[in-house]
Write a protein that binds this ligand. Structure first.
Ligand code: CTP
Length: 410
């Protein structure tokens, strides 16, 4: 079952494909958008059809592909008018230098250019061309003009080009184009204007230069929350120990220890509206970090590690809040192996949270390292909501749906 992506679901996206060798990658973009739940209408220029056929996109979208301004199905509206009017997003990938020039000059000599001129939908361009064409002042002037008119540009990347040369001008990867589409679609979402800080992963507490104490947290839950908040229009900072790929459109700060996470979190939450503390912060760290790798002594002897307490980051944030600064809303996670609700309730109160997300990490289908989670939400005003087993992406959306409804003055 493909995962429906909330910000894409039932959105009408026009995918314009223009004539460059990277046109084949538009098929992967199209497929991801359709799987995410978007309604995708593909419009191809004549040159694009030299590289990839309309049939490919028809098979992916199960919808007709538009290639000709004057090919009007009986009883239907002129395509550039009806498509332009109903679109939520016009995405052109790849966008050639020629297409950029046409758009920047308001030309409307084919269906795609006419739609671009007629649509009120936001425009997202993923340019792809040879480096010399990319560097040409004409291309730059065209892009600047389009940007000033509100277009968003993603890429191009550096890499191998059609000519065999290496340089800037390569179409960015389909994943990044789809992420950019999500960002543009989410701009006016329910969290537009919010500053959101999310922490993720298990902290690593050094023993010596090569060893550390840590836990099984993968960071997946925190990343899902960061991406979901981004998709709702928030400016998101993700403070993470995990080695997962940096999400597009999110400020990512990599840390290792609880001390580093504390410093970054306190700095970033100063102005924030929301802190989601999904990280599994180690409560203890080795009291002494050996400067050199600890060596075995003799054939049998063990090693005793003395652990000292780490700062409680959420408790410090609560103190900040009480003093009148720090995030408006704070959310914690309680990973428990027993007495789930009692323990979570006590953390909710002790850390003065607005919401705590409790999960039983002893279950095999929930908690650490898996893609699913079964959580119970405990709110500061006393209500408790048990959610069924869901993907972590769905849990993230469910949490943020509740956050948007929280009656907290921002
Ligand atoms: N947390 C934190 N700083 C710590 C420990 C935990 O900010 N030093 C945060 C976690 O990110 C989580 C919440 O507090 O959002 C609860 O974490 P958890 O480890 O479940 O609870 P503890 O406070 O460590 O309590 P206990 O030792 O009783 O489990």
């Amino acid at each position: 079952m493909p995962t429906i992506i909330k910000v894409l679901h039932n959105k009408h996206i026009i995918l314009g494909v223009t004539g460059g060798i990277a046109a084949y990658k538009a098929a992967a973009v199209c497929s991801q958008l359709v799987q995410g739940g978007a309604l995708v209408d593909v419009v191809m220029t004549e040159a694009a059809q030299k590289f990839i056929t309309p049939l490919t996109f028809q098979a992916l979208t199960h919808r007709p592909v538009y290639t000709d301004m004057f090919d009007i199905p009986p009883g239907q509206n002129i395509p550039h008018i009806s498509l332009a009017d109903s679109a939520d997003l016009l995405l052109i990938a790849p966008a050639t230098a020629h297409t950029l020039a046409k758009l920047a000059n308001g030309l409307a000599d084919d269906l795609l250019a006419a739609i671009a001129l007629a649509t009120p939908a936001p425009l997202l361009l993923a340019p792809a061309m040879e480096t010399d064409m990319w560097r040409h002042p004409a291309t730059h002037a065209n892009l600047e003009k389009l940007r000033a008119w509100g277009a968003t540009i993603v890429g191009p990347a550096e890499g191998r080009l059609a000519s065999g040369a290496t340089g800037q001008g390569r179409l960015v990867e389909p994943d990044e184009i789809v992420s950019a589409a999500r960002v543009v679609l989410g701009r006016r979402g329910g969290m537009a204007g919010w500053q959101v800080v999310v922490t993720a992963g298990g902290t690593r507490e050094a023993i010596d230069p090569v060893r550390f104490v840590s836990n099984h947290s993968s960071g997946k839950m925190g990343y899902a929350v960061a991406v979901a908040a981004r998709d709702r229009g928030a400016a998101v900072t993700l403070i993470t120990t995990a080695g997962l790929p940096d999400p597009f459109g999110v400020e990512v700060i990599h840390v290792a220890s609880a001390e580093e996470m504390r410093a970054a979190t306190l700095e970033k939450t100063h102005q924030a509206h929301l802190l989601v503390m999904a990280a599994a912060v180690a409560d203890f760290r080795p009291g002494m970090v050996a400067e050199q790798k600890i060596k075995k002594k003799g054939d049998t002897g063990g090693l005793a590690l003395e652990l000292v307490r780490n700062p409680d980051i959420l408790a410090e944030v609560a103190t900040q809040k009480a003093a009148g600064y720090g995030p408006t809303i704070t959310i914690g996670f309680a990973a428990e192996t027993e007495d789930l609700l009692t323990n979570a309730q006590s953390k909710l109160e002790r850390k003065r949270l607005d919401l705590i997300v409790a999960n039983d990490v002893s279950a095999t289908d929930a908690g650490f390292a898996v893609d699913t989670n079964r959580v119970t939400l405990l709110f500061a005003e006393g209500s408790v909501e048990e959610l069924p087993l869901m993907s972590k992406v769905e849990v993230a959306e469910a949490i943020l749906d509740r956050v948007e409804r929280l009656n907290v003055e921002r």
